[in-house]
Design a protein around this ligand. Structure first.
Ligand code: SAM
Length: 289
């Protein structure tokens, strides 16, 4: 530690040495089940903080702080951080590793179960995370579907998941996740992160994806629930035509024919060729029947 402007500078947790030291000092064993791969690359922490455009006074929700690696970067940028951690062993560790930061609160719990509006209070906030990969999609969908006042959602995800999030119609990997993410946000891959940036090194490549949440969804639909029912059905059976997939998803044959015709969508099209706007027209056509 060294001193600057009368302040004690904290050692940066995002390094192999400091992380290994903390793990040893607390006798921690990483849990594969909880998706624990801790960041040891300070440039990646800086990249996440920069992509979230964190300013002093910003309110940030962090998912899974681990031993406080990203939390430290967010706190040093001046954010007020609320960090939700499922591993019961970690809050005691975080109390020590982040002792210098008054602007951090650790909330023990499961991000899929905690009451986020109650934790974050009113007003806009940002989300930053190095997500546990085993539940990436449920976490993203939970955050997006609830129309929380999130402005930026910047997370580390498996590269292959980020590619699905940003995929365009016609691509082999375009699916329900692409539509949902692009309906609510403008996603952009901002950083490639190799396995060596973590302890332990994951078996997959990772990226940081920055999703700027749209003020209003990309398409205006009459019934959002119905829109997502149509999308889910359309991608439910990828090898079938859209008409057959919709029927397989529980929409009656006549309704499928009428809605597709009203929306101007050829009966032989496949779900993965539809743009967000076309899914919107189709859902509205079902709503109008
Ligand atoms: N943020 C740290 C970092 O960047 O080094 C740790 C990231 S690690 C990939 C994922 C973290 O999420 C772990 O600390 C894990 O215990 C936590 N976690 C796993 N499932 C969770 C859940 N359902 N709710 C909250 N945290 C969870």
């Amino acid at each position: 530690m060294n001193k600057q402007d009368g302040q004690i500078l904290q050692p940066t947790i995002a390094s192999r040495e400091v992380t290994t030291h903390i793990l040893k000092a607390f006798g921690l064993h990483m849990s594969k089940k909880l998706g624990q791969n801790f960041l040891i690359d300070a440039s990646v922490v800086r990249g996440i903080v920069a992509a979230a455009e964190v300013q002093p006074g910003d309110r940030v929700l962090e998912i899974g702080p681990g031993i406080g690696t990203l939390t430290q970067g967010l706190a040093e940028a001046g954010a007020t951080v609320k960090a939700v951690e499922l591993d019961k062993k970690l809050p005691a560790v975080l109390k020590e590793t982040l002792a210098a930061y008054q602007n951090v609160e650790i909330i023990p719990g499961d991000i899929l179960k905690v009451n986020i509006p109650e934790i974050m209070g009113p007003g806009p906030f940002k989300v930053a995370a190095n997500l546990p990969y085993y539940i990436t999609t449920p976490i993203l969908m939970t955050l997006l579907e609830r129309h929380l006042p999130i402005t930026h959602l910047v997370t580390m995800v498996q590269k292959e998941v980020a590619e699905r999030m940003t995929a365009q119609p016609g691509s082999r990997i375009y699916g329900a996740l692409s539509v949902a993410v692009q309906y609510y946000t403008e996603p952009e891959i901002v950083l490639n992160v190799p396995p060596r940036s973590f302890i332990p090194a994951p078996e997959v490549d990772s990226v940081v994806i920055a999703c700027r949440v749209r003020e209003t969804p990309a398409v205006t639909v009459r019934d959002e629930k119905l829109f997502f029912r149509v999308v889910k059905a359309a991608f439910g059976q990828r090898r079938k035509t859209l008409a057959n997939a919709l029927r397989g998803g529980g929409f009656p044959k006549e309704q499928v024919r009428d809605a597709m015709s009203a929306a101007g969508i050829d009966l032989l099209r496949r779900g993965e060729t539809l743009s967000l706007a076309e899914f919107g027209h189709l859902a509205d056509a079902f709503a109008a029947l």
